[in-house]
Design a protein around this ligand. Structure first.
Ligand code: MSP
Length: 653
């Protein structure tokens, strides 16, 4: 810790499952954590902000299999690939200090040591895991994961099954955990405490299954091959392995543990507020100071999910509205501990009202007036009036409240405070009417003070919004040419006195107004599922009667010879063995799809009772069957090919 630092501060996000793309709900938690980390840095703390990815488990193993890649390739692509997790956090200005992947060697080794330590101290023991098993997917599911009693992945029947597994003696820690939850501020918001105690602890904490043998994509239990560590012992310990606990990769454990706060979504509070403290207790380690369970973002009133097709893409929104506007919207609109309902209207309204009308307008009016009346140079001097005191008092009040609310993770209330100052400053312009003061030489000193007061309000607001909108904060402070030493937390005092001088510039609108109707239409268009690249022929409207259909004689035929037809770029001439002992000749307009030599020896399907036709002066006795479709506007054709074991002449029916 350096001399100037207020102390160390360790904050974490949950590590994300790279099983599908991240949506705005995932971004919500990360943006909040980032804002907190930036706020603490601004205050002078030595911050460690950890995020990462939770890469093991059966689901990933299954998905990789489906995609025809190894699990490592699968997760690498989602984490490191184009528009992957790391790309998104970069785009969204997430200032993490450390990124952990649970597949990192140092984490894997440390988890093995932790598992062994807990086994040696008797907290992990061997037993049998009973659950619902889907044989084709080779997956165990819990009762609550089943959909209509069937496998959630493939929809097939599941069976009761049992496998050997290790268990963590969670039940042993029930009393200590209950005491921790009920008698300390360990878990917030407070409402989540009752939920944990009433739903999970009081009904009786069961021991937790912590290994599996039915899949291999996990941290191997080194003293019992065949077992992999199952989920939470692997995932939760990331918070300490990332500091160097039980590994040599890092050396910050003593400096940063216990964590100041773990931010987590409400559905994983249980794992962080019950299982995690028990795992730490078992290792004799100090507990984190706080777990904060934030609410969920729904979309248009419904839970966001890939299968519902209503996930909101943070890439798309950042690109259309700007990263700062999106970050601001998330933290300004939804109280952090409660659920929120995301709608595009709300997003656009927030940008138009708060950012364009209030913040953007105040900055552009002030800098434009500075330019017009003083050429951008506010020199020494000025004349105060009683109204200025009100502004000063309000600014001091806003700063104090903002700090109080940020320290309680109440981002929306803290931002509300900043807007109290901005609203007051806009009103101050209307009250002081600078355009009238500018008309008279005698009122110019008063105008000078008015403009300095406005600059000072903007400077303070720009510092306070830095954690949420880092780029906009910098852009505003740059417009006001605020020196580096007046951009920090200690310089958030009110200094618009006679000695102060300002040199300000003007620039393009920080937050241009958005046309609601046009933008909603554009977003709707963009959210429509992409037109399928594949097109198939419309189905025939007219039915054929069965007897007519049965008259068509389809046979397996073997290609004895195939060649291009001279002067035709379409036709191929086939010599076919149709099983009768006499060669059959068919001409087919498929030259642009196949090279003749590639077809020799293949077993195809021909309809053999069509009347013979002449093509380019040659006779064609029948037609070869193909599958046709259009792909990205291009016609595609595939000859129907049969297994070569089928003899020439075999009838298809
Ligand atoms: N891998 C576990 C966490 C392990 S921590 C040791 C996990 N991953 S997750 O990718 O499914 O979720 C990551 C975080 O995103 C969780 O905190 C979760 O609550 C949050 N969100 C996922 N969807 C969300 C919303 N729609 N709204 C807000 N947050 C949500 O859980």
């Amino acid at each position: 810790m350096c001399n100037k630092c207020k102390g160390n501060y360790y904050i974490t996000t949950p590590i994300y499952y790279p099983s599908s793309n991240l949506h705005i709900g995932h971004a919500y938690c990360t943006v909040a954590t980032d804002a907190m980390a930036r706020y603490k840095r601004l205050q002078g703390y030595n911050v460690k902000f950890l995020t990462g990815t939770d890469e093991h488990g059966q689901k990933i193993e299954n998905k990789a299999k489906e995609a025809g890649v190894t699990p490592q390739q699968f997760v690498d692509n989602i984490v490191l690939g184009d528009r992957g997790v790391l790309d998104l956090w970069k785009l969204m200005n997430i200032s993490y200090d450390r990124f952990i992947r649970t597949t990192d060697d140092y984490h894997v080794e440390a988890v093995q040591k932790i598992f062994k330590k807990m086994y040696d101290n008797g907290d992990i023991y061997k037993g049998a895991y009973k659950g619902k098993y889907c044989t084709p997917c080779e997956s165990f599911w819990t009762e609550s994961q089943l959909v209509d009693g069937k496998c959630p992945d493939c929809g097939r029947e599941v069976v009761e099954a049992e496998e050997e597994a290790y268990f963590f003696r969670l039940s042993k820690y029930a009393d200590r955990i209950q005491d921790l939850l009920e008698n300390t501020d360990f878990l917030e918001p407070r409402s989540r405490v009752n939920e944990m105690v009433n739903n999970f602890i009081k009904p009786g904490l069961e021991d937790l299954c912590v290994s599996r043998t039915s899949f291999t994509w996990g941290v191997p239990v080194d003293f019992d091959p065949g077992h992999v560590v199952y989920v939470w012992i692997d995932a939760l310990n990331n918070y300490i392995t990332a500091l160097g606990y039980e590994n040599d990769k890092y050396d910050d454990f003593n400096a940063f543990w216990p964590a100041d706060v773990h931010f987590v979504g409400k559905e994983i509070v249980r794992f962080h507020a019950i299982i995690w403290p028990a795992i730490l207790m078992s290792q004799g380690l100090p507990l984190p100071k706080k777990v904060y369970g934030h609410g969920w973002l729904n979309f248009n009133g419904e839970k966001m999910s890939k299968s519902r097709g209503n996930v909101v893409d943070p890439y798309l929104l950042s690109e259309r509205f700007g990263v700062d506007a999106l970050r601001f919207f998330l933290l300004r609109t939804f109280p952090f501990g409660s659920d929120g309902n995301f709608t595009n209207e709300l997003l656009i309204n927030t940008i138009n009202i708060d950012l364009a009308n209030v913040l953007g307008n105040l900055v552009s009016r002030t800098t434009a007036m500075n330019q017009k009346y003083f050429g951008g140079q506010l020199g020494q001097g000025g004349e105060s009036a009683p109204l200025d005191e009100e502004l000063k008092t309000l600014a001091a009040d806003v700063i104090a409240n903002y700090e109080k609310q940020m320290d309680k993770f109440q981002f929306s209330v803290a931002l509300n405070e900043v807007f109290r100052l901005l609203d007051r400053a806009n009103k101050y312009i209307d009250e002081t009417t600078p355009w009238i003061l500018a008309k008279n030489e005698q009122t110019m000193p008063r105008l000078l003070t008015v403009m300095k007061n406005l600059c000072e309000c903007i400077r303070i607001a720009a510092i306070l919004i830095e954690p949420v909108m880092p780029d906009s904060s910098k852009a505003i402070l740059d417009l006001l040419n605020v020196p580096e030493n007046a951009r920090n937390w200690d310089a958030k005092c009110y200094c618009a006195d006679a000695d102060a001088v300002w040199t300000t510039s003007t620039g393009a609108a920080l937050f241009p107004r958005i046309d609601m109707e046009k933008e909603l239409a554009a977003l709707e268009e963009l959210s429509k599922p992409a037109k399928p690249a594949l097109e198939i022929e419309p189905f025939a409207e007219e039915n054929v009667d069965f007897d007519t259909f049965c008259k068509s004689d389809f046979r397996a035929v073997k290609v004895k010879d195939c060649k291009n037809v001279k002067k035709s770029d379409k036709l191929l001439q086939f010599t076919l063995d149709d099983g009768t002992g006499t060669d059959r000749q068919i001409l087919s307009g498929i030259a642009k799809f196949y090279k003749p030599e590639d077809l020799i020896g293949k077993t195809l399907v021909a309809i053999v009772n069509l009347p013979p036709r002449k093509m380019m002066g040659r006779e064609s006795c029948g037609m070869l069957l193909s599958a046709v479709h259009t792909e990205n506007g291009e016609e595609k054709l595939n000859l129907i090919m049969l297994n070569d074991a089928i003899p020439a002449g075999a009838k298809l029916c």
